[in-house]
Design a protein around this ligand. Structure first.
Ligand SMILES: NC(=O)c1ccc[n+]([C@@H]2O[C@H](COP(=O)([O-])OP(=O)(O)OC[C@H]3O[C@@H](n4cnc5c(N)ncnc54)[C@H](OP(=O)(O)O)[C@@H]3O)[C@@H](O)[C@H]2O)c1
Length: 381
């Protein structure tokens, strides 16, 4: 029985993780969880899965929950999020919170020796070096949940990593993949949230529309697989059937395929190196699909992707600043306060202004994150 502490339990990945726990009660149990503000869902999860500890964002929500569930320890805020990660002994931290707020709990869980199943890519972008070094120091596995990174991880199973020539990350292209930059000027939040292949949380769906999601994934892959940026390529693949590929020195390419269903990589992260059946999953029928399409990535069209390569190559605190600028810009777009194209402008401006610290410690990372967020709110005011 694997004990799981789950951050972001009310979100898209969190909900699908709970599906897997529910389908396999003899294998998994939920020991602690965190959520943000969705109290209706939190109450339902507590009633069904009976975790011992729950963290929510606001104190008032925590007080109400404590009255409703007197036998569960209820905590709140950023400290509560860390307690949800490590306050109850568990085997795995599945981190599916959104944003760099996931950094401190991840580091705490690594220090506690827990296996980290990581969906929360912003943590690896904001502080990839610190997280990977800590995982090495504590000999803790970092198992990817993101479908692309799970695909790379699976393609690398049993391979000699020295023989890799390239990681090829596929991209569906997001909601606006067929629009020109001119056509993007007046797109709405509703249009941006209509992803053609995947059903995901709002922030990630917007990140897919700007292609920043792929940029974050490039940086994530750099850290997870210790691969130089020149050896990480992105390929437009609209069907989202090939989830990513690895090319080796002998020119062989290993790909992982499947119907788009995030429960598959989530479950694999929890059962690795084993596999178990997947309840209610759609099997891949290539004869029904017929054709798969691939296009070279256009860096002029998807400027956010080139920002991410630039930030990743420079390293230090620049990816932290880029990520923070993106998180706030996406939030402002969703609130209707800036147009879609302004997201890129804000990221570019914040990156231009940023004075990179090459080998930052945790405090310098947190300060970069805080200052960049403040600056973005300043510009928009
Ligand atoms: N969704 C996918 O298919 C997918 C695929 C690959 C990778 N990922 C990655 O997985 C992570 C989660 O994505 P998602 O789509 O599942 O996001 P989501 O649906 O927006 O869920 C985010 C979760 O985090 C909670 N949360 C938000 N802000 C918080 C804060 N400041 N403090 C504490 N908790 C907070 C939310 O709580 P409330 O809802 O209760 O407010 C919710 O439980 C992201 O890093 C994303 O890039 C997602």
């Amino acid at each position: 029985m694997k004990k799981i502490n789950l951050l972001g339990a009310t979100g898209s990945i969190g909900t699908q993780t709970l599906d897997i726990i529910e389908s396999n009660p003899e294998l998994f149990t939920l020991t602690a969880m965190s959520a943000g503000r969705n109290m209706k869902k939190v109450s339902e999860i507590i009633a069904q899965f009976k975790p011992q500890l729950v963290s929510v964002m606001e104190k008032a929500d925590a007080d109400r929950l404590q009255a409703e569930f007197p036998n569960v320890k209820i905590v709140h805020g950023d400290e509560g999020l860390i307690e949800a990660a490590v306050g109850i002994e568990a085997d795995v931290l599945l981190n599916s919170v959104i944003g760099s707020v996931g950094l401190k709990p991840t580091l705490a869980a690594i220090a506690a020796g827990m296996t980290i199943a990581i969906a929360n890519k912003e943590t690896l972008v904001a502080a990839g070096d610190l997280v990977v070094q800590a995982a090495k120091r504590h000999q803790v596995p970092l198992v990817p949940v993101d479908s692309e990174h799970s695909a790379l991880f699976q393609a690398l199973n049993g391979e000699n990593e020295k023989r890799i020539t390239q990681l090829i990350i596929t991209a569906s292209g997001g909601s606006f993949r067929d629009l020109t930059r001119d056509q993007l000027q007046h797109v709405t939040v509703e249009q941006a949230l209509a992803h053609p292949n995947w059903s995901m949380g709002n922030k990630l769906t917007i990140d897919s529309a700007t292609m920043m999601n792929k940029g974050l994934e490039v940086i994530e892959a750099h850290h997870l697989f210790a691969m130089p940026y020149d050896q990480i390529e992105c390929l437009l693949h609209k069907e989202s059937i090939i989830h990513s590929m690895v090319e080796f020195e002998d020119t062989s390419v290993m790909a992982q395929l499947g119907s788009p269903d995030m429960r598959v990589p989530i479950q694999y992260a929890l059962t690795y190196p084993d596999r178990i059946p997947m309840a209610n999953a759609k099997r891949l029928r290539l004869d029904e699909i017929g054709k798969l399409h691939f296009e070279k990535m256009d860096f002029e069209r998807f400027r956010a992707l080139s920002f991410a390569y630039d930030a990743g190559r420079e390293g230090g605190t620049l990816p932290t600043a880029m990520n923070a600028a993106n998180e706030v810009a996406v939030q402002l777009f969703m609130e209707g306060r800036i147009p879609f194209m302004k997201i890129e402008d804000i990221i570019e401006q914040m990156m231009d202004q940023h004075q990179t610290i090459s080998h930052p410690d945790l405090e310098e990372i947190l300060e970069t994150d805080r200052v960049t967020r403040k600056k973005v709110y300043g510009i928009v005011k």
